[in-house]
Write a protein that binds this ligand. Structure first.
Ligand SMILES: [Zn+2]
Length: 444
C-alpha cells in the first residue's frame, strides 16, 4: 500500500479511535441509534450487491426499507457453518475484489472445519479503531499504554496475526509505539519459558488452551519465571484452575476478549473481568435456543451474530456455535454496552448422556475439576451416547492408576446412572483446525 493511502488510513483509524473510547459509556439509546443506522446500510448493501440476500429477500417479498432496527434481522434466515463453507461465494459482495478485501480462514465452531472468510479493508480498519474499547481496559490493567512489550504466542496463519499484518501494511505507527515479539505455540514449553524470561513481555497474547497447558506445566515444575503483568487469551477456553494458577501463583492479570474471524471484536471484558461488554453497534448479538428463538437473560443458548460493518462478505444471523447467556443485571462499571454473562465453550463440545441430556465439556471439566488438577490437558471423547472416554495427559509424578480410580469412583455420584466412563492416558492431544483444543469430541 502506498504511503499516502497508509497515511489516510491512519488518520481514519485515529479519528475513529478517539471516539471509540467514549462509545461504551454513551446512553444505550444513542448506541442503538448508531446500530440501527448500520443495520439499514448493511441490509441495503446486501440487497444490492450480495446474491444470497438479494435472492432470499426477493423470495420473501422483503425490501431494504422493511429493515429499521436490529430486531428486523429476524426476518432473515439463520446461517450455519455448513452454508457459509459450501456456498461462501454467495455471501460475497460483487462490489469488492482482492484489492479491497482480506482473505481469512476461520475455524467453524460447529463443524470444526475451516471456512473462508473475506473482510473488507474498511471493516478491518474500523476493528482497529474499535479495539480502542478493550485497549483502554488493557492499558488500565497494565498501568501503561505506550511502549508495551508484547509477546504473541499464536499459530502462524491465525486470523489474529493475519489481521495484525494487514494493520501493519495499511497504517503507519511510530516504530516504538509497541515492542512486539512472536513465538510459535508448536515449540516446546521449555523454549517458551526461556523466551518469556529473555524478552520479559508485559503482556502475552495466546489461545486459552495454550495458557492453560503452560500454567499447569509450569506449576508442576520449580523453574524461574518472569510473569507478564497481563496474560490475554482468546479463541478457546481457559479452565478455572489454570486461571487460578496464572493469577494466584504467578501473579498475572488474566484478561480476554471475544472475537470471531467473521466479525472481529464481538465483546470485551471491563476492569471487573466478569462477562463481555458487547460491541452491539458493529456486531448484533443474539442468544437463541434450539428452535432459533431468543433466550431470556440468564439462559444459555447459542450465539448468533450479524456483522454490520463488513461489506466484502455479508453474514447476518450467523450461528457461531458458542454457548453463552446474557447477563441478568447491568454491569456496575458504567459502560452501557450490553453484557454477555459468560461463555460456556462451543455447542459442539458437549457430552450426551444415556437419556439424551447434554452437558457442556466446560461443565464436565468443572465437575471433575479437582481430579483434573493433576493433568496437563484433558479431552472427553464420546464413542457412543452415554459413554465417556477421557483422554488425559498426565503431569510428571502423577500416580496414573490412583487418578484413574478417583475419577471412576466419583463418576457415578455426578453423572447420570448408566453413564460409562473410561480413561486413557496419552502423550499429547492433537489440536483441532486453527490450533484450538477441543475439550469434547464425538468419535466416529
Ligand atoms: Zn463492565
Amino acid at each position: 500500500m502506498n504511503l499516502l493511502r497508509r497515511f489516510c488510513n491512519s488518520v481514519y483509524v485515529g479519528a475513529n479511535a478517539w471516539r471509540e473510547r467514549h462509545v461504551p459509556f454513551w446512553p444505550l439509546e444513542r448506541i442503538e441509534r448508531l446500530q440501527a443506522r448500520r443495520v439499514r446500510a448493511i441490509v441495503r448493501h446486501a440487497y444490492e450487491a450480495v446474491p444470497f440476500y438479494r435472492e432470499v429477500m426477493q423470495e420473501a417479498g422483503l425490501k431494504p426499507g422493511d429493515f429499521e432496527t436490529a430486531k428486523d434481522l429476524v426476518h432473515l434466515p439463520l446461517l450455519d457453518d455448513g452454508q457459509v463453507r459450501r456456498h461462501g461465494e454467495r455471501f460475497l459482495s460483487r462490489r469488492h475484489d482482492d484489492r479491497s478485501r482480506l482473505l481469512l480462514h476461520s475455524t467453524g465452531s460447529m463443524s470444526n472445519v475451516q471456512k473462508t472468510i473475506y473482510r473488507c479493508h474498511q471493516s478491518l480498519l474500523l476493528t482497529l479503531a474499535f479495539s480502542e474499547r478493550d485497549r483502554a481496559v488493557l492499558n488500565s490493567l497494565m498501568g501503561k499504554g505506550w511502549g508495551q512489550r508484547q509477546l504473541f504466542i499464536l499459530p502462524e496463519g491465525s486470523a489474529t496475526l493475519a489481521v495484525r499484518a494487514f494493520w501493519d501494511r495499511a497504517t503507519i505507527l511510530p516504530p516504538k509505539f509497541v515492542d512486539r515479539h512472536f513465538f510459535a505455540p508448536e515449540a516446546p514449553l521449555e523454549k517458551a519459558l526461556e523466551t518469556i524470561n529473555a524478552i520479559k513481555p508485559q503482556v502475552i497474547f495466546s489461545y486459552g488452551s495454550y495458557a492453560d497447558i503452560f500454567a499447569r506445566w509450569l506449576a508442576a515444575r520449580n523453574l524461574p519465571f518472569n510473569p507478564p503483568r497481563v496474560w490475554m487469551y482468546g479463541a478457546d477456553m481457559l479452565s478455572p484452575f489454570a486461571r487460578h494458577l496464572l493469577e494466584k501463583r504467578f501473579g498475572c492479570i488474566v484478561y480476554t476478549t471475544y472475537q470471531a474471524s467473521e466479525t472481529g471484536k464481538i465483546g470485551f471484558q471491563c476492569e471487573r473481568r466478569e462477562g463481555f461488554h458487547l460491541n452491539v453497534d458493529s456486531v448484533v448479538v443474539r442468544v437463541v435456543d434450539e428452535s432459533g428463538n431468543d433466550s431470556p437473560p440468564g439462559q444459555f443458548g447459542e450465539v448468533v451474530v450479524s456483522n454490520l460493518c463488513n461489506r466484502a462478505m455479508v453474514l447476518l444471523n450467523c450461528r457461531l456455535g458458542d454457548r453463552a447467556a446474557f447477563a441478568t443485571a447491568p454491569c456496575p462499571c458504567g459502560r452501557s454496552l450490553p453484557l454477555l454473562q459468560s461463555l460456556e465453550g462451543r455447542c459442539s463440545e458437549v457430552i450426551e448422556m444415556a437419556s439424551g441430556r447434554t452437558m457442556s465439556a466446560c461443565v464436565l471439566g468443572t465437575l471433575f475439576e479437582h481430579e483434573l488438577h493433576e493433568v496437563l490437558a484433558a479431552q472427553a471423547t464420546q464413542p457412543a451416547k452415554g459413554v465417556i472416554c477421557w483422554r488425559l495427559v498426565s503431569l510428571p509424578g502423577t500416580d496414573r492408576e490412583a487418578l484413574r480410580a478417583r475419577i471412576l469412583a466419583k463418576a457415578p455420584s455426578i453423572l447420570e446412572p448408566g453413564t460409562k466412563v473410561s480413561i486413557e492416558f496419552v502423550e499429547k492431544i492433537p489440536t483441532g483446525p486453527g490450533g484450538k483444543l477441543l475439550r469434547a469430541v464425538r468419535a466416529g
